[in-house]
Design a protein. Structure first.
Length: 85
């Protein structure tokens, strides 16, 4: 179901949305959407054990947090498996 929004996007967000919308419908796109949803939820809520007093997770993976470091390593590993352009 399509829904009109009025959200300001930065350049990266716009690129991600454009690429997603240019992807033809099909099983690959479905898998990509599912993966992106799970991945972005995971990274936006890393489950830091030592969450800051204001309830905000670590802002940077350079913080000494095992959860953030593990996520950062996973993202680097995933990226390293992508074919180079
Ligand atoms: Zn953290």
């Amino acid at each position: 179901m399509a829904q009109a929004t009025s959200v300001l996007l930065n350049a990266t967000e716009q690129q991600i949305l454009n690429a997603l919308r240019e992807t033809p419908d099909g099983p690959l796109k479905t898998r990509l959407e599912e993966f992106l949803l799970e991945l972005t939820r995971m990274v936006s809520n890393p489950g830091c054990a030592e969450i800051q007093a204001d309830g905000i997770p670590c802002g940077t993976a350079s913080a000494d947090c095992q959860e953030c470091l593990a996520l950062d390593k996973m993202l680097a590993t995933l990226r390293s498996t992508l074919p180079q352009h």
